[in-house]
Design a protein around this ligand. Structure first.
Ligand SMILES: Nc1ncnc2c1ncn2[C@@H]1O[C@H](COP(=O)(O)OP(=O)(O)OP(=O)(O)O)[C@@H](O)[C@H]1O
Ligand SMILES: [Mg+2]
Length: 334
């Protein structure tokens, strides 16, 4: 398997003794879309700056397609594109001129520059406003222009630090359609950080969560959601009291992990609501307990984030959920 990113024991201590990374291990498969999640100050931008050769790690090492980010910096820069958290285009010139400057910085041959820029403008839907000053662009257009600049050299891997921050839902979808098309057309690996859980859920092949400079978990979004090991089924019981005998019976059912009763609701935590529901319903029916309404809550990626990196527990997350053993503390290496 080819790894686009392979990092071991990355540490970064800034001046003033701020430990931003405290031993990060990371594997990103080539061609994957990889989401890096973590609270403010967790170390996402620091990690991205090290991987894009802007900062040296204090210790540890990282490779981009087997090139060492410290020793082979110049070679690494030929295969990466980077869209930073802050704006990276000039607003007092037009879109085409921005691309031209980046094309020169990247050393694109002068004979092919125009064609490459026009292709990129077309592909990002920026052909019409190409001659307009960037200061007249919307936030979504600016982000698309920045991605166009980063894609000029058709990088093998594109790093994006919060690519859709502040964009409206339609603009976010438009940006993601482009990023997914780069993966599909050119096999571009996409490594991005975000605070939008829905984007990580919808677009990533793999997700990692970083907290206080340490990777705390990783996996596909589904694996992480399942790792919380619990879906909650709520049975609304219309004034009916559940006696100890019935409670004991439900607790004893094989798929049931825990049962909590409030005044008129029976909250049952199970691994998989779909398979467990018929058997809990059978038990309630045979005890003559009428059920008014049933709702099921599956863990979301937001629950996962709060569980691994938050200070509060998500409302839908049942109290019996457990950390997935052996996963926290580092990403996997196959
Ligand atoms: N140049 C710097 N000098 C000193 N400390 C820094 C520097 N850059 C970042 N830090 C500190 O390092 C830690 C990690 O910061 P970083 O910007 O990597 O976090 P982040 O996960 O990207 O946060 P956000 O979600 O807010 O963008 C923070 O404590 C931050 O204050
Ligand atoms: Mg950041």
């Amino acid at each position: 398997m080819t790894f686009a990113i392979d990092a071991r024991g990355l540490e970064k201590v800034y001046k003033g003794n701020v430990a931003a990374l405290a031993g990060v291990d990371l594997d990103v498969k080539a061609g994957d879309i990889f989401a890096l999640l973590g609270p403010n100050g967790a170390g996402k931008t620091t990690l991205m700056r090290i991987l894009t050769t802007q900062f040296k790690p204090t210790s540890g090492e990282a490779h981009i397609f087997d090139l060492d980010v410290v020793r082979d910096g110049a070679e690494v820069r030929k295969v990466i594109g980077y869209v930073p958290q802050e704006t990276s285009v000039w607003s007092d010139i037009n879109g085409y001129e921005n691309l031209l400057i980046y094309a020169k910085i990247y050393g694109l041959p002068s004979r092919s520059r125009k064609d490459v820029i026009h292709d990129m403008l077309e592909s990002m839907g920026l052909r019409a406003p190409a001659e307009h000053l960037v200061k007249t662009y919307s936030g979504g257009m600016v982000r698309k222009l920045e991605i166009a600049c980063a894609m000029l050299i058709r990088p093998k891997i594109l790093f994006l630090d919060e690519p859709t921050l502040g964009l409206d839902p339609a603009a976010r979808i438009a940006v993601w359609e482009k990023l997914v098309s780069f993966k599909e057309e050119f096999g571009t690996t996409v490594f991005f950080s975000t605070h939008y859980m829905d984007e990580a859920n919808a677009y990533s092949d793999e997700v990692a969560i970083i907290n206080t400079g340490r990777m705390v978990t990783s996996g596909t979004a589904d694996e992480l959601k399942h790792s919380l090991r619990g879906e909650l089924i709520k049975f609304s019981l219309s004034d009916h009291r559940v006696d100890e005998h019935t409670l004991g019976r439900i607790r004893g059912l094989e798929p049931v992990k825990s049962v909590v009763v409030t005044d008129s609701t029976l909250n049952v935590t199970v691994e998989d609501a779909e398979t467990a529901l018929p058997c809990v319903m059978d038990a309630l029916r045979s005890e003559g307990i009428p059920v008014e309404r049933i709702t099921t809550t599956k863990p979301t990626l937001e629950d996962v984030f709060l569980w691994y990196a938050g200070t509060t527990r998500a409302p839908g997350a049942a109290s019996s959920i457990g950390r997935v053993e052996g996963k926290a503390g580092g990403t996997r290496r196959e």
